[in-house]
Design a protein around this ligand. Sequence first.
Ligand code: TYM
Length: 344
Amino acid sequence: MAFAPRVFSGMQPTGNLHLGNYLGALTRWVEMQSTHDCIYCIVDLHAITASWQDPKELRQSIRDVAAAYIASGVDPKRTILFNQSQVAAHAELAWIFNCTARLGWLNRMTQFKEKAGKDRENASIGLYDYPVLMAADILVYRATHVPVGDDQKQHLELTRDIAQKFNSDYREQIAEAGYADGQFFPLCEPVIMGPATRVMSLRDGTKKMSKSDVSDLSRINMTDDHDTIAKKIQKAKTDMDGIPSEEAGLAGRPEADNLVGIYAALQNGSKATVLTEFGGAQFSTFKKALADLAVAKLTPVNAEMRRLSADPAEIDRILKNGAERAAAVAQPIISETKRLVGFG
Ligand code: TYM
């Protein structure tokens, strides 16, 4: 069966979204709305896997992330926008996939190893099972394209493995149901594109920009104001050399490479164009231009987030409507999956 193109992606409502989330994923989500049927999710079931979340704060975070999506350009009329826990089919399909995925596959997941750290025995089962739920998120809509940052690549490979094994485990039932090419679930394509698929920490160019870094100076939050953004860029770590004229000159210089990549992504251009403009300049000049660009891009988003957040009832209404629309897409797919497996 040729699958109709459909986009799915999600973010966790754990604390503030940052520039990595914005440039690595959100800007791509917004672009894809004009060419695809899109479903964007706030993955609250995933949010409780790494650590206990205060329920009041979690509820607030869900609304904040919804506001960040909309302020960045996600259009809840055109696109389905909802929070994962409100569509039960995600958890139902995850259970079936728990019996499709193999322990050996999950044992290879690098993100689990990083997040669990040394205290593995104390990690939740949910953290270990996180990528299986992610596969269910995508496949419960039979999504074909998944725009994400580079760190999600391995999880998407696992999603493809799960789809393939399910298609193979139930090949007779799938053929009987009339799927001529034996494909019940699609093998989705990761969409990892642009100059900022991996935005690095402003304090250490070898570490990913992340919500969990103890230093707030390491990241630009989408809620940061004008002065904070400028201060963080001014304090960003650099090396002794200036801006090179060619990309080869960024090799082995992770901090310079990161700042140039951020500039390129904010400008919706390439690193090569940035280097043509700034090659030979000192970091002080480049940082000033970067701060101005970041402020110009992010402060209107920030203002819109605050405007939307002032009306939580409206956000709740949007999420409820999105959950109803998402459930309507997922329902026939989960029902058919259960029938193939032999349930009911
Ligand atoms: P989360 O919330 O950790 O990240 C959300 C998105 O932001 C991207 N990202 C980055 N991109 C570039 N540079 C960075 N420093 C950076 N940090 C984060 C992530 O790659 C991601 O695209 N597991 C997912 C959430 C999820 C999901 C899904 C995604 C759950 N189910 C189904 C796609 C499809 C995650 O990492 O969320």
